[in-house]
Design a protein around this ligand. Structure first.
Ligand code: DGI
Ligand code: FE
Ligand code: FE
Length: 194
């Protein structure tokens, strides 16, 4: 696969990049597993490409990410996201994958764009990448094993619990909740309790 070769070269500058590459390959693995396990019926090539490229913009430091994102976001949007530096790579990655790699697929764009925050009413591919990114096998935060088990038992319930765990964690460390993250929480909370 030539995209895999490109990513191996792109994420080869230092130890952090190599861990990022390993993470991306684990996201591919888990996304393919979940797609099969829950019979989601998503195209395996689309799943692989999206999972492999979801952190494409993470080779850049945050300052560079903001500079590059200014091409796509208004200054108002940039100002809003100054409070959320760890989200910028997701938005930027979606644009760069489209423009630099010429991958013109709205589903892939959305899944990369929202892989960190989630959103309300996510597409199946977006949910799959969101869950696999948060729960792939090299993730080690407290509670990850329980959440991983849940997402294999019940896809939507697992995703809701992952969103909730993210919000709880952000509250604990006193970070503000981005609007799409919060929307996702309210939306899936209602869906789960129906
Ligand atoms: O890029 P990865 O490391 O693979 O993971 P990711 O894209 O899910 O990014 C995780 C980071 O995003 C983590 O540090 C928490 C942060 N994050 C996610 N949602 C929010 C958030 N940070 C804030 N402040 N607010 C959010 O709503
Ligand atoms: Fe990410
Ligand atoms: Fe990731």
């Amino acid at each position: 696969h030539k995209l895999e070769e490109m990513m191996i070269k792109r994420f080869n500058n230092n130890e952090k990049d190599q861990l990022r590459l390993r993470h991306s390959l684990y996201v591919v693995k888990m996304a393919l597993e979940l797609n099969k396990h829950h019979n989601l019926g998503l195209d395996e090539e689309v799943v692989k490409v999206t999972a492999l490229l979801h952190d494409y913009a993470k080779v850049f430091d945050v300052d560079t990410q903001f500079k590059l994102l200014a091409k796509y976001f208004t200054s108002e949007q940039i100002n809003y996201y100054l409070e959320y530096p760890s989200l910028v790579h997701a938005f930027l990655g979606a644009y760069l994958v489209k423009e630099e790699l010429n991958i013109q697929n709205e589903e892939i764009f959305e899944a990369i764009y929202y892989h960190t925050t989630g959103k309300k009413n996510m597409s199946l591919l977006t949910k799959l990448i969101y869950a696999s990114d948060g729960l792939e096998e090299s993730r080690t935060y407290p509670g990850v094993e329980y959440l991983r088990k849940k997402v294999f038992e019940d896809f939507d319930k697992g995703i809701y619990l992952l969103i909730k765990a993210t919000i709880d964690h952000l509250n604990e460390v006193n970070k503000s909740i981005e609007k799409n993250t919060y929307d996702a929480y309210l939306y899936y909370e209602e869906e789960i309790n129906e």
